[in-house]
Each structure stands twice: as C-alpha cells, then as structure tokens.
Design a protein around this ligand. Structure first.
Ligand code: ADP
Length: 267
C-alpha cells in the first residue's frame, strides 16, 4: 500500500515564521513490519517440531520396555531433530542475508566454478536416487559478487530439483550469456509446480504440500534464500513449469565487465 510515514518537527523562527522539518521514515517502518512478520513466522515454524520432539521424548520414555517401539520413536525423534536443525540453519542464513550487500565489496566469480561446487554438494543425494546431473561445456561466464552465496543459491535449486523428481530422472544445468546477462537454468523432470502457486514459492516458509516431496523435512525457506541472494547480486529469478513434466528455475545476473586480465573472451 501507498502509506507514507513522516516524522514532522516544528520550530518557531521569531514571531512570524515556523520551520517545518519532515523526515520520511517509510523505509524503516516497512523494515520493522517485515522483521515482525519474519519473527512471527519463525516462532510458528519452530513450534511444531519442538512440540514433536517433546512428545516423542515422552513416548520414548514410556515405551522403554518395547525395543520395537523404542526404535520407532527414536527414528522419529532423530528426524524431527534434523528438521529443527535444518530450519534453524536456514533461518540464520536468511537473516544474515537480509543484512548483506553482495555488491559492496564484490569479487569476480566464475559461474562454472559455482555450478561445479553446487553439484558436488548435491552429488550424494543425487546418487541415492540415481538422478544424473548434466551440464554443458564450460561457459566462461563471470559475474560480480560473493561466490559462497551464489553457491548456496545454486545448491538450493539443485537440492529442490532432486527433492521433487522421480528416481532415475535427469537434471540439466545450462549457463548462457545473452546480451551481457548470465542465465543459469536448472531443469528437472519432476512433479512440477501448479500455475497458481508459482509466484508464491519464493515466499518465506511457503510450501505447496509437504507430502509432495521424497523427504518431508523442508522448511519453505530454500527458495526465499535463493531469491535474496540473486537480488543481492542485482539479478532476478523466474520459474517455468509444467505439472507432471518438470520445472526450470532460471537465475539471471549481470555479466561482470571484462577485467584487464583475459577470461572475458571465452564464450
Ligand atoms: P522446501 O523446503 O519446502 O523445499 P522451498 O522454498 O525450497 O522450500 O520451496 C518451496 C516450495 O516450492 C516447495 O515446498 C515445493 O512444493 C516447491 N518446489 C520448489 N522447487 C521445486 C521443484 N524443482 N519442483 C517442484 N516443486 C518445487
């Protein structure tokens, strides 16, 4: 909405004049609201797994005579604890990102390197489902920014592609340079995203239906982290999808201008 928050100060200048000073506080008021929302979301998201951990610990205690039950509750307890740890780490990552300007002190980042690192981090998960990750030949693309953050972004896209794809499918990663814009596309052959949910998947804590994924331990924060990283780098992210066929997430980033060193000439 178009509300504006002004702080107005009035000072009298002699008998005939007053001085009005208006300070626009709109940005800081909005930031405050975003922060309050975020904290409300966090408490809501943490309550469920914390409650579950408590209940499971009690169940474990009262089932101590029955080894089968003990094992069952212990497995569930581990799963909830893992989920809690994952959500907590993602919350920390996201709040850290909200205060970062990746372009304040940027380095020249090789996108081929970012892609290689992000694939490496997902290799075990992909192999577990016999999913192959296919890349094209090195692009030579360079952008300005923060390499670890870009790896986090691409890591999350690949992790989702694995998460929402069937066993034995393929994930393709393509990098292209279109008029000085670097496009990194991650394409899967997974379940896809219904059209009316496509804009919302980048919202914090938004999940379509936890039962859709092979592992229900998501937090709904992965894509909002990606979006933050990309926006911090002056880029944007879009999604194309065909339910039942697959999805393509495309990150677009401004190409780094040619440095005095070589590297810009590769295609
Ligand atoms: P989550 O932790 O639930 O994976 P994300 O923010 O990463 O959270 O994603 C938000 C939602 O978008 C997911 O719950 C999932 O339903 C949907 N989604 C994300 N990536 C894909 C994909 N590659 N294919 C299908 N659905 C996806």
């Amino acid at each position: 909405d178009a509300q504006v928050y002004l702080v107005v100060r009035v000072a009298r200048l002699g008998a005939r004049y007053v001085l009005l000073l208006a300070e626009d506080r709109t940005d800081s008021v909005r930031l405050d609201e975003v922060r309050k929302d975020f904290i409300a979301n966090i408490s809501h998201e943490l309550k469920t797994p914390i409650g579950a951990v408590g209940l499971l610990a009690e169940a474990l205690d009262s089932a101590s005579d029955d080894p089968v039950q003990v094992r069952k509750f212990a497995t569930q307890l581990t799963r909830e604890a893992d989920r809690l740890a994952k959500i907590t780490l993602e919350i920390i990552e996201l709040s850290r990102l909200q205060g970062i300007d990746a372009l304040a002190n940027p380095s020249r980042v090789s996108i081929d390197q970012v892609v290689a690192n992000a694939i490496d981090q997902n290799r075990v998960a992909a192999e577990a489902s016999n999913i192959s990750i296919v890349t094209r030949k090195p692009s030579g693309a360079k952008v300005l920014g923060d390499e670890p953050l870009l790896v986090v972004a691409l890591h999350n896209l690949i992790a989702n592609a694995i998460q929402y794809s069937p066993d034995n499918s393929r994930i393709g990663i393509g990098v292209s340079n279109i008029n000085h814009t670097i496009e990194i596309a991650v394409t899967d052959q997974g379940i896809g995203i219904p059209e009316d949910e496509r804009d919302r998947v980048f919202e914090r804590f938004f999940r379509i239906d936890p039962a859709r994924s092979r592992n229900t331990g998501g937090s709904g924060l992965g894509l909002s982290i990606v979006k933050h990283v990309v926006q911090n780098h002056g880029g944007d992210i879009r999604v194309w999808s065909q339910p039942g066929k697959g999805s393509t997430f495309t990150i677009r980033l401004p190409e780094a201008a040619n440095a005095s060193t070589s590297s810009g000439a590769d295609q």
